[in-house]
Design a binder for this molecule. Sequence first.
Ligand code: UGA
Length: 450
Amino acid sequence: MKKSGNSKKICIIGAGYVGLTTAACLAQIGNKVICIDNDLDKIKKLSNKVVPFYEPQLDEIICKSVNNKNLSFSTKINDSIKQSEIIFIAVGTPQKKDGRADLTAVRKVATEIDKVLNNTKKHKIVVVKSTVPPGFSDKIRKIIRNMKVDIISNPEFLREGSAVYDSLFPNRIVVGTDNGRAVQTMRELYDPIINQTFPTDIDPRPTTYVPLVETDIRSAEMIKYASNAFLATKISFTNEIAHLCELVGADITKITEGMGLDKRIGPQFLQAGLGYGGSCFPKDTHALSQVSGDHGHDFKLLKAVIEVNNLQRERFIRKIKKELKSLKGKTIGILGLSFKPHTDDLREAPSIDIINWLIAEKAVVKVYDPKAMENTKKVFKDKIKYCQDAYDVARDSDALVITTEWQEFKDLDLLKIKSLMKKPIIFDGRNIFAQDKTKELGFRYVGVGR
Ligand code: UGA
C-alpha cells in the first residue's frame, strides 16, 4: 500500500480494539500517531510493543510503526491533543443496564479536548469513532465550543479477528460532517486506503478505490447502527429458519447455500448457530432499540431480532438437556470459548451462558480454546477444568459441545475423538461437522437447523 503523501499528526484517544487498530493502521500508512489511554499498565506494555489482546497482524504493524517512530503511546492526553491536527475519540460506549449506550467516557474526553483547545487559533478536527447514538455528536459540538475545531463522525466497521485487514481494506469509509473543509482533510488522511487496488470478499476482481460516503453527522452515526442491526437481523432470521428446518426436516446449511447464491441476498451472515455475541451486536441492537423508543418509535423487527438471539442459546441448552436428561456428575467438554474465531474476546460469548448453565446443573465442565483460555480462567476460576487441546477435552467426556468454529476443531481426527470419549455425542452449535460423516463414524450428532 502506498504511503500518505500528506502525513498528518494524529492523536487517538482510547487503546481498545478500535482505537489501537486505527492508530496502528494510520501509522502504517505514514502518519505520526500518538495513541492515548488512561490505563498506565496498558500504555507501558504497548510502548514495549506488547499488545494487550489477541488480534491477528496487529502486533506486527504496531512493532513496525513503533520502531520507525510513526507510532507512540502515552497517558498524557493534553500534550497529545495540543500537538495533533486530527484527534480521534475511540473510547468505549458499553451497554448500560437500561440498554442505552453509556456515553460517560466520550463526554469526559470531549470535555478534556474542550479545555485544551478552547483558545486555539489553529484549525483542528475531532473525529468521533466511538459508536454513539444518532445526534450525540451534536452534543459533542456543544461541549467543544471553539468553532475552529470541526467535528466529524467517522464510524468504524472493523471486525474483531480481522481488524487490521478491515481497516486497511474497508468496504467503505463513512464521513459525517457539516463542513466541507474537514471532509477534504479526511479524504487526504484516508487517501492511501481509498486509492489502492485489491480484491474484496464480494468481488475478487481488483477494485481501484474504496468509496467514501460523505453525509451529515446524524446520518453517519445512523449508518453504523443500521449496519450492525441489519447484520444481526440476517443472523436471527437465519436462526429462525434453522429452527423451522428442524421442525420440517430440512437442512439449514443447504438452505443458506441456496439462498446465498442469490446476489441480492449474498452468502455472508447466514451462518446458523448459537446466535451473535461479542461487544458490538448485542450492545448496538439494544441501543438502537432504545433510541427508537426515545423517539416514540417501536422498532418491532429489531426487538424480535434481539429476542430470537437470546432464545437461540436457550434452544440449544434444551437440546442438550433433552438428549442427556440429567447433567449431574456428567462430564461435558466445551470446544471454543471466544465469541467467534480469531479472537480471545469472551464478551457476550454463548460459551459463557452454556458453561454457567452446566455448572448450575452440576455437570463437570472441561474446556479448551486456542486463544481464550486466559480470559476464561478470569471468569470461571476453578469452577471448570482447563485442557491442553481438544483431545484432552474429549477424554472421558459424556458429550462434546462445539461453541466456536475455530479451524482446528474442523480439522479434528474424529475417530480419535470418539475413541477418547465415554459416550460419542456431539452438540455442534456452529454446524462445523458434516452431519452424515459424524453419523457414519458412530457419533450421535445434534447440530442447529439440520
Ligand atoms: C461487528 C461488525 O461485523 C463490524 O462491522 C463492526 O465494526 C463491529 O461489530 C463493531 O460494531 O465494532 P464483530 O462484533 O467483531 O464485528 O464480529 P462479527 O464478525 O460481525 O460477528 C458478530 C457475531 O455474529 C459473532 O458472535 C458471530 O459468531 C455471529 N455470526 C456472524 C453468526 O452467528 N452468524 C453469521 O453468519 C455471522
